[in-house]
Write a protein that binds this ligand. Structure first.
Ligand SMILES: NC(=O)C1=CN([C@@H]2O[C@H](COP(=O)(O)OP(=O)(O)OC[C@H]3O[C@@H](n4cnc5c(N)ncnc54)[C@H](OP(=O)(O)O)[C@@H]3O)[C@@H](O)[C@H]2O)C=CC1
Ligand SMILES: O=C(O)CCC(=O)C(=O)O
Length: 520
C-alpha cells in the first residue's frame, strides 16, 4: 500500500490477483490494511487538505499533468500487468491508459481556466435604502479528503487515477483510494506514479494514499472516518447502497457519488426498424458483446413494437449472436454472477431464450445471452429490471407506442436511453422524450450506449439506481462539482480574501459581479 510517501506491506493478511483467462494466481502477495493503516492514510489526507486545497491553479494543473506523465512513464509494465489481471485485450487497456491520462490533462486545463471557482461578487451598497448592503463574495472550495473506490471493469480509467481521483484532485481534495482487489498490481503501479508526481511537484505528502482491503471492513472504515468528506464509487448496486448507508449513518453524513446499475433501454422505433432492421440487429450484438458486456452502459434492454420489421431484426441479431465469441470476464465472482443471472432469465417461465453466443473454452468465459418477453410480463415482474452484468440483454415486445411509453414510466433510473429513429419517428419520440429525461442521464439517437466521451457536455449519471445522486456526473469536466461547496465572505478585508475574489482579479477569472458575467 502507499500511505503518503511510504510503501507499506499491509499487516491484516494478504491477497493475490488472479489471471481470469487462465484461473492462475499471480504473484506477488499484497498486504491488506489494518484499522491503524486506514487511520494513518486518513490522518495524512486530513493533514494535507488545507495546504493542497490552496495550491495555485497553475501549480495544481502541473501536478495533474505530472500524474499523467508518470503513468505514461510506467510503459509496457503497466499494460502487461493490467491485461493479466483483467483478462481485457491489450488494445482496450492501451485505450484506457490514453483515456486516463487525457482525463487528467483535461482536468488540468479546467483547473487553469478557473471558472469552476464560481467567483461571484456583490459589492457593498452603503447608501441603499431602507438598508445598506454588505460586500458579499462567493467562491467554491474543496469539500475535504475523498474516499475513492476503484472499479473492476476499467482498471485504469475508473480506478486508482480514474475520473473520481482526477476530479477530486482537480477540486483540491486529497484522495484515499481503496484499490479493487481484482487488479492490485495495476493499482500499485498507478499509485506509485501518483506518489512520484506528488513528490516531484512538492504537494503535501497525504495528497494521495492507496490502500488494499479485505472484504468490506476497510472500505466501511474509510467511509466512516470523520476526516473523509465525500465518496466516489463505481461498482455494484449492493456495494454502492451499503456505502450510502454507512455515509448517512455517520455523526456527520457525507455525500456518496456511487455509479451502480443500469440496463440502458434501447428503443427501436417503427420507421427505423422498417428501414434497417438487419443492420440494427447486427450492430446491437456488436455493442452487447463488446468487452464481454462488462460496461454499465451495456444495452441490457430493447423495446420494440411487434411486427414483421421486429422479426427481421430478431433474425439478424440471432444470427450474429450465434457467432459471438466468449470473452474472458474480469473475475471469477463476476463470471459466476453473470452465469447465475443468465440462468435466472433462461429459467423464467415467461421469458424466451432467443439466442446464446459461443460457449468458449477455459475459465471465466462469458457466453452471450439474448432473451425476450412481452411488456405485460415485464411490467408485472420487478426482477426482470435487475442488471445482469455481462453480455446479456432482454427484448420487450410491445403492442403499441402507448405500451412502450407505459413501460418506460415503469423503468428505474438509467445512465442512458437510446433511440433508433428515422424522420417518421419524430412525433412518437416527442411523446417519449419527457419520460426519458426523467429516467436517464444521457439520451442518444442512432448510436449505441457503450463508449463514453470524456468532455465538457458528457453526463455519466442518472436517477437511482444508476447513481446515488442524479444531480451530477462521474465522467466529464462537470464531475469536479461533486467535490466543491460554496463559501460566502461578507465584508472581509481584501487582505483576508482569497485571490479569486480580489478587486483586481489577479487570476483573470470569469466572475459574476452584480449579476454580470465578465472577465474583469
Ligand atoms: N455499474 C457498474 O459500472 C459496475 C457494476 N458492477 C457490478 O458489481 C458486481 C461485482 O463487481 P465489483 O466490481 O467487485 O463490484 P463491488 O460493488 O462488489 O465492489 C466494488 C468495490 O467496493 C467495495 N465494496 C463492495 N461492497 C462493499 C461494502 N458493503 N462495504 C464496503 N466496501 C464494499 C469492494 O471491496 P472488496 O472487493 O474488498 O469487497 C470493491 O473495492 C458485478 O457482478 C456487477 O454486477 C461491476 C463493475 C461496474
Ligand atoms: O463506457 C464507458 O466508457 C464507461 C462505462 C462505465 O462507467 C462502466 O462500465 O462502469
Amino acid at each position: 500500500m502507499l500511505i503518503g510517501a511510504r510503501a507499506v506491506m499491509g499487516s491484516n493478511g494478504s491477497h493475490k490477483a488472479i489471471d481470469p483467462a487462465s484461473g492462475e494466481t499471480l504473484e506477488p502477495a499484497y498486504g491488506l490494511a489494518s484499522e491503524a493503516e486506514v487511520e494513518a492514510a486518513c490522518a495524512l489526507a486530513w493533514a494535507a487538505f488545507d495546504t493542497y486545497r490552496e495550491t495555485g491553479l497553475a501549480e495544481r494543473a502541473a501536478f495533474l499533468e505530472a500524474c499523467a506523465d508518470e503513468i505514461e512513464a510506467l510503459g509496457d509494465a503497466l499494460i502487461a500487468r493490467a491485461c493479466a489481471e483483467s483478462g481485457l485485450p491489450r488494445a482496450r487497456i492501451e485505450g484506457g491508459r490514453g483515456r486516463t491520462c487525457g482525463q487528467l490533462r483535461l482536468f488540468a486545463q479546467v483547473v487553469r481556466e478557473g471558472s469552476w471557482l464560481g467567483a461571484r461578487i456583490d459589492p457593498a451598497m452603503p447608501e441603499r435604502q431602507p438598508l445598506p448592503r454588505a460586500d458579499l463574495r462567493q467562491r467554491m472550495i474543496a469539500l475535504g479528503p475523498v474516499a475513492v473506490f476503484g472499479a473492476s471493469n476499467f482498471p485504469l480509467a475508473f480506478s486508482v487515477a480514474g475520473g473520481d481521483t482526477a476530479s477530486a484532485l482537480a477540486a483540491g481534495c486529497p484522495v484515499v483510494i481503496k484499490a479493487h482487489n481484482a487488479h492490485p498490481g495495476t493499482s500499485e503501479l498507478v499509485g506509485l506514479a501518483l506518489q512520484k508526481a506528488v513528490a516531484r511537484c512538492a504537494m503535501p505528502e497525504g495528497t494521495v494514499s492507496l490502500i488494499f482491503g479485505a472484504g468490506t471492513a476497510a472500505g466501511t472504515q474509510l467511509v466512516s472516518d470523520a476526516r473523509i468528506k465525500a465518496v466516489g464509487f463505481t461498482g455494484s448496486r449492493g456495494g454502492g447502497t451499503a456505502l450510502m448507508h454507512v455515509a448517512a449513518a455517520r455523526p456527520e453524513p457525507i455525500p456518496v457519488y456511487a455509479e451502480m446499475s443500469s440496463i440502458n433501454p434501447v428503443y427501436l422505433l417503427p420507421e427505423a426498424l422498417a428501414a434497417r432492421a438487419e443492420a440494427l440487429g447486427k450492430a446491437f450484438v456488436g455493442s452487447l458483446t463488446m468487452g464481454a458486456g462488462q460496461f454499465c452502459t451495456n444495452p441490457g434492454l430493447l423495446l420494440a413494437i411487434e411486427g414483421d420489421a421486429l422479426e427481421r431484426f430478431v433474425a439478424a441479431a440471432v444470427a450474429a449472436m450465434h457467432e459471438a465469441g466468449a470473452s474472458v470476464m474480469l473475475t471469477p465472482g463476476i463470471a459466476s454472477a453473470y452465469a447465475a443471472g443468465v440462468e435466472r432469465l433462461a429459467g423464467h417461465p415467461q421469458v424466451e431464450t432467443l439466442a446464446r453466443g459461443l460457449a468458449g473454452e477455459g475459465p471465466n468465459r462469458c457466453q452471450a445471452g439474448w432473451f425476450a418477453t412481452d411488456a405485460d410480463t415485464f411490467l408485472a415482474d420487478e426482477a426482470l429490471q435487475e442488471e445482469v452484468f455481462g453480455a446479456a440483454s432482454l427484448l420487450i415486445r410491445c403492442r403499441d407506442l402507448d405500451q412502450m411509453k407505459a413501460l418506460s414510466e415503469h423503468l428505474e433510473g438509467q445512465l442512458t436511453a437510446t433511440l433508433q429513429l428515422d424522420t417518421g419517428d419524430i412525433a412518437a419520440v416527442r411523446t417519449l422524450l419527457p419520460v426519458l429525461e426523467r429516467k436517464a442521464g444521457r439520451i442518444l439517437a442512432n448510436g449505441w450506449p457503450t463508449g463514453v466521451e470524456v468532455c465538457h457536455a458528457m453526463v455519466h449519471g442518472g436517477p437511482f439506481p444508476a447513481t446515488s445522486d442524479s444531480r451530477t456526473t462521474s465522467v466529464g469536466t462537470r464531475a469536479i462539482a461533486r467535490f466543491l461547496r460554496p463559501v460566502c465572505y461578507q465584508d472581509l478585508p481584501e487582505a483576508l480574501l482569497p485571490e479569486a475574489l480580489h478587486a483586481a482579479n489577479p487570476l483573470g477569472l470569469w466572475r459574476r459581479t452584480d449579476g454580470e458575467l465578465a472577465r474583469a
